[in-house]
Design a protein around this ligand. Structure first.
Ligand code: NAD
Length: 284
């Protein structure tokens, strides 16, 4: 079977074109949308990601301020900065980068991000709104998976989707979004007894575990669709996904590439969220 590459590049470009127009309209009315990136690490991968977010924002006409709190910032200091940005009229959108300093978890600080500016949907309030099916910002990576599947005309209603990974920022919110699309959803995780026995029953497998090569041909039913969320650094320094593409290709009907699949759509959706936050702020 030919395996279609579920590229995210065209979809990302279309989202970005719309975002750029909307950012220009806001700028024309006197204020460009403004994103604050809060960093509290000295991790090279995070620095690379922050730089790429800054470049995307710049290309789209979004002002981007980076606040570096240092890799030894306390949970209190991070919470204070997030709260200050929440009440700051000159900030429309807030993103907190990970990793956080040793001993500080996202759960320790994320409730300090006001939901109206929480463009990556990480605060407990945003996650609760999503679980309740109410309006709010949803985690961009999870949304990117659903948007990528829709863009490639992969039906979800009534289909069995198996999500591998149950983190608060990818797996769990993705399960909620898929339920909202009327999919039948199974979530697997590190304690799932026999991963392959579950994933082979899926019409769509989403790999979001952060483990190189975790999902291989034996995990995929012939004709199923596979979305690879993983972004892992291989020993040779290359970025690779969670899917062993070689063994899945020829078996799956579709497979999203890494890089060039979920990643560009995620960044595009984040930037769209920044513009939406700014539009909402100007209306209120
Ligand atoms: P995480 O470490 O917080 O969660 C990993 C999840 O995978 C956990 O729920 C764990 O139970 C599960 N898991 C681990 N090993 C497993 C195994 N052997 N079998 C089944 N389940 C297993 O990671 P995360 O933040 O959710 O990120 C997951 C991956 O997605 C990472 O590779 C990350 O880099 C990537 N990611 C990509 C984007 C993007 O835009 N493409 C954005 C965010 C995260």
């Amino acid at each position: 079977m030919d395996t279609v590459s579920l590229s995210g590049k065209e979809l990302a470009a279309a989202i970005n074109a719309d975002t750029k127009d909307r950012a220009a309209a806001l700028t024309g009315r006197g204020a460009a949308p403004r994103l604050a990136l809060i960093v509290a690490n000295d991790d090279p991968a995070s620095a690379w990601y922050v730089n790429s977010l800054r470049k995307s924002a710049e290309r789209l006409g979004i002002d981007c301020a980076t606040v570096d709190l240092g890799a030894d910032a306390s949970a209190d200091a991070i919470r204070q900065e997030l709260a200050a940005r929440g009440t700051d009229g000159a900030t429309d959108a807030i993103m907190l980068q990970t990793p956080l300093p040793s001993g500080v978890t996202l759960d320790d600080v994320s409730s300090a991000i006001v939901a109206t500016k929480d463009v990556d949907g990480v605060s407990p309030l945003s996650l609760g709104l999503l679980a309740a099916g109410l309006a709010g910002f949803v985690p961009a990576t999870s949304e990117a998976v659903v948007e990528l599947l829709k863009y490639h005309d992969i039906p979800l209603a009534g289909r069995h989707v198996v999500v591998v990974g149950r983190s608060n920022i990818v797996g769990k919110p993705l399960a909620q979004l898929l339920l909202a699309e009327d999919a039948t959803v199974t979530v697997c995780h590190s304690r799932t007894a026999d991963l392959a026995a579950v994933t082979v029953t899926a019409d769509v497998v989403v790999a979001a575990a952060g483990r190189i090569g975790l999902v291989s041909g034996k995990h995929v039913r012939g004709g199923a669709v596979v979305v690879d969320v993983g972004t892992n650094e291989a020993p040779d320094g290359k970025i690779v996904g969670d899917v062993d593409a070689e063994s899945v290709r020829g078996r799956a009907a579709g497979l999203s590439p890494v890089p060039g699949g979920v990643g560009p759509v995620t960044t595009a959706l984040l930037m769209r969220h920044v513009v939406v936050a700014a539009e909402n702020a100007r209306r209120s």
